[in-house]
Design a protein around this ligand. Structure first.
Ligand code: SF4
Length: 266
């Protein structure tokens, strides 16, 4: 008899954000990595469209998608951060609501995290755990999969793209500060109650004379008064994008730029 413990197998993990790239990667790898564990770090502020899409994906994959919920809420962390809303530079929301639950889920197990950065955006920097037991793999980069392929994967699977892409370019929290102004208008039109909730989070800043706002340069209550102008500008920009060569198939995702938070939005 020996005292040696049996070695735990390496875990294979794929985090879904409810965005098109991670969803396509899950579909792409479903049969290639049968031992894959899927997870979704739910911030508690997800769009209903995202949650519905994750449910559908779960059925497609034929495996549970583990919902990882932070033990504490966004409100709790907001207070802890002096009631300062998160910003691109101070993204405490990502670390507390996305990264920490993931790292707790992995614990000290040896794990490979599959990241959905595509071959046409290999310059992007995704979240990489600093934990030594978690390493990353980039199957889309390894296999030269680009945006057009991702859209094909989703279309061919029958899953299609998430519904929110009709008015928003990324997954993530309904109040995400990475939203464009026309996406805030989209939120107001599709989910007015969520828009009101987002407005409430700004109230503390306003009452205390802080200039920081969710959307750069203006409070949401002022932004929405300009909704016609914002929508007209967005339309104009879309038209200009269409004129650019090689964009036709990908118009819907023309602004799929790298200013977002990859763990939330891939
Ligand atoms: S989606 Fe936006 S607000 Fe939500 S955790 Fe990610 S960066 Fe923060």
């Amino acid at each position: 008899m020996t005292d040696e413990q049996p070695t735990k197998p390496v875990r294979h993990l794929l985090g879904l954000s409810g965005g098109k790239d991670s969803s396509a990667l899950a579909i792409y790898l479903r049969d290639k990595v049968p031992e894959m564990e899927y997870f979704f770090a739910d911030t508690g502020a997800e769009l209903p469209e995202t949650l519905a899409y994750i449910d559908m994906l779960e059925d497609y994959l034929g495996k549970p998608i583990k919902r990882l919920n932070s033990k504490k809420s966004f409100e709790y962390f907001l207070k802890l951060n002096g009631n300062f809303l998160p910003t691109a530079k101070s993204r405490w929301c990502t670390s507390e609501l996305k990264i920490r639950p993931f790292e707790e889920y992995v614990g000290n197990d040896l794990a490979i995290s599959y990241v959905a950065i595509r071959a046409d955006e290999s310059h992007r920097k995704g979240y990489l755990s600093t934990k030594p037991n978690i390493s990353a793999r980039y199957p889309f980069i390894e296999d030269g999969v680009v945006k057009e392929d991702v859209l094909k994967i989703l279309e061919t699977s029958g899953i299609g793209i998430p519904e929110y892409y009709e008015w928003r370019s990324r997954s993530g929290c309904y109040f995400c500060f990475f939203q464009r102004k026309d996406e805030w208008v989209g939120l107001y039109e599709r989910h007015p109650e969520k828009f009101e909730e987002a407005k409430k989070y700004e109230a503390y800043h306003k009452e205390h004379g802080r200039t920081h706002t969710w959307s750069q340069g203006e409070y949401l209550e002022d932004l929405i008064k300009r909704s016609d102008e914002i929508k007209a500008n967005a339309l104009l920009q879309k038209e200009t994008e269409k004129q650019k060569p090689k964009k036709k198939l990908l118009d819907k995702f023309a602004d799929d730029s790298d200013d977002g938070c990859l763990i939330c939005m891939l």
